[in-house]
Ligand binder design. Structure first.
Ligand code: NAD
Length: 499
């Protein structure tokens, strides 16, 4: 059985706890590897070594630090196929989707290549007589990154790249279900010239996370995962005086106006609803057509598209549309929610519950499921399903549709499909959601903007990657300097007798 340990001081080390997490093959339901779960002593040792390395790393001039990122980016590109395979093997997503996962992380590394500009301070000449003011952005020290299973490459890169670019050292705790990609990325970062100890990958579970949250050396915590854990981590980190940004779950709506291009809207809903088996925090899980006619047309367009979807293991080739969900527990939870939708009176238009695939009977597959006539009191509306289940909530007019989105407790992403610029502008301006798409289903901002939701989708301050990350991972120091008038004005340069 393959065993995955930790990445400490520039090398792979075996875990010592004797406790392991099982890494399953989601397509077959068989265990394929085990990951060591760190002890408190292992986590503390990793932090202490990182603290030593960080001081030297922060002293490396910004251009030299940037060169490590240039090399790292090149290595990620070179190893794209291998990294995508690692992602797919543990997560189950298709290879083209896994490449997107790596690519969207790589783009954040690319922005970090410009770190000398991003970290420039401010300067005021002559703020008073003989007085100049300037500010510096300085590293925090050792920071922690805790990441979810659903983007095994992208989100570890969103955490490690900006934190390290700013001169910090990072302890990364990837998901125990998909740890191999983060381990390989750490190896490539090291090959690119990152000094030992600046990035430590410590695998583990709640014990590891709690040790990071309580350790005094850790200055900041960047978390991505489900809302209850985000809220817990934010609370504990903040109580311990740490800077924290914790990104949580989502329930993303797409409003479809009567004037929308219905084929394009349906295509967008298929990709955003069922891609990656719905295991994306930016997946669209609620379609909100305005008007009964729009709703009927949308169902008409969606059903044949759903019937054509090909579900299977990533190894079956690139024409597979999506793969299994991550665990058996996750599959059972999704099936339970579909049952609740039926029991609570929603119309089940396509039913993915009995999906089976020859040779993969024990895999965690769920067929594409579509519900119509969903209402906000139903569990399938209230819960983040995180599976290939699209729900349709019919609304009579734009204002009611907007209000539905506004009343939802999550605020990660949302989209509107319309041919009317006035409605689109109104929506973008008024909606209380962090990322908005206009005729664009998954509006994950490009890497030179920042990513973050509102309401229960994010706790703490500032967004991740882009300009906000350079602020989150640095402290501002402002210097007021006065130089008294001296040699220039009053000093006598001629050799003269003592007075
Ligand atoms: P999760 O919350 O179960 O786990 C995330 C991380 O927290 C993992 O590293 C895990 O080991 C750790 N963890 C789990 N339980 C813990 C506990 N009790 N105490 C301390 N640490 C704990 O999330 P997941 O299932 O891996 O990922 C899916 C969730 O992540 C979804 O809700 C999805 O919406 C969300 N997500 C959000 C974003 C975003 O940017 N907002 C992005 C991707 C995923």
């Amino acid at each position: 059985m393959q065993e995955i340990g930790h990445w400490i001081n520039g090398q792979r080390v075996a875990g010592t706890s004797g406790n392991y997490g099982a890494i399953m093959n989601p397509a077959t339901g068989e265990q394929q590897a085990q990951v060591a779960l760190a002890t408190v002593a292992e986590v503390e040792d990793a932090i202490a070594k990182a603290a030593e390395a960080q001081v030297k790393w922060a002293a490396v001039n910004p251009q030299r630090r940037a060169r490590v990122f240039m090399k790292f980016g090149a290595l990620i590109n070179e190893h794209m196929e291998e990294l995508a395979e690692l992602v797919s093997r543990e997560h189950g997503k298709t290879i083209p989707d896994a490449k997107g996962d790596v690519q969207r992380g790589l783009e954040v590394v690319e922005v970090c290549m410009g770190l000398p500009s991003a970290l420039k301070g401010e300067f005021t000449d002559n703020g008073g007589p003989g007085i100049d003011l300037y500010s510096m952005r300085q590293a925090l020290g050792v920071v922690a990154g805790i990441t979810p299973f659903n983007f095994p490459a992208m989100i570890p890169l969103w955490k490690m790249a900006p934190a390290i670019a700013c001169g910090n050292a990072m302890i990364l705790k990837p998901s125990e279900r998909c740890p191999s990609t983060a381990m390989r990325l750490a190896e490539l970062f090291s090959e690119a010239g990152l000094p030992d100890g600046v990035l430590q990958v410590v695998n583990g579970d709640k014990l590891t996370v709690d040790t990071l949250l309580d350790n005094e050396t850790i200055q900041a915590v960047g978390f991505v995962g489900s809302t209850p854990i985000a809220q817990y981590i934010y609370g504990r980190a903040a109580t311990n005086g740490k800077r924290a940004q914790c990104f949580g779950g989502a329930k993303n709506h797409m409003i479809i106006m009567p004037d929308a291009d219905m084929d394009k809207a349906a295509d967008a809903l298929i990709g955003a609803g069922y891609g990656a088996a719905g295991e994306r925090c930016m997946a669209i899980s609620v379609a909100v057509p305005v008007g009964q006619e729009t709703a009927d047309k949308l169902i008409e367009k969606l059903v044949p598209r759903i019937e054509k979807l090909k579900v299977g293991p990533y190894t079956a080739g690139d024409d597979v549309d999506y793969g299994p969900v991550i665990t058996e527990a996750s599959k059972n939870r999704i099936l339970g929610l579909i049952n609740s939708g039926v029991d609570q009176g929603a119309t089940l238009v396509t039913d993915g519950r009995d999906f089976t695939l020859q040779g993969y009977e024990n895999g965690y597959f769920v067929g594409p499921t579509l519900f119509d006539n969903v209402t906000p009191d139903m569990d399938i509306y209230k819960e983040e399903i995180f599976g290939p289940v699209l729900t349709q909530v019919r609304m009579d007019n734009y204002e009611d549709a907007l209000q539905l989105v506004m009343d939802n407790e999550y605020g990660n992403g949302t989209a509107i499909y319309t041919g009317d610029g006035d409605v689109a502008r109104d929506f973008a301006s008024r909606v209380n959601v962090g990322m908005v798409g206009i005729n664009f289903p998954i509006p994950v901002p490009l890497s030179y903007y920042s990513f973050g939701g509102w309401k229960k989708s994010a706790f703490g301050d500032l967004n991740q990657y882009g300009p906000d990350a350079f602020k989150f991972y640095t402290k501002t120091k402002t210097v007021t300097a006065r130089w008294f008038s001296g040699i220039k004005d009053g000093a006598a340069l001629n050799f003269k007798a003592m007075d």
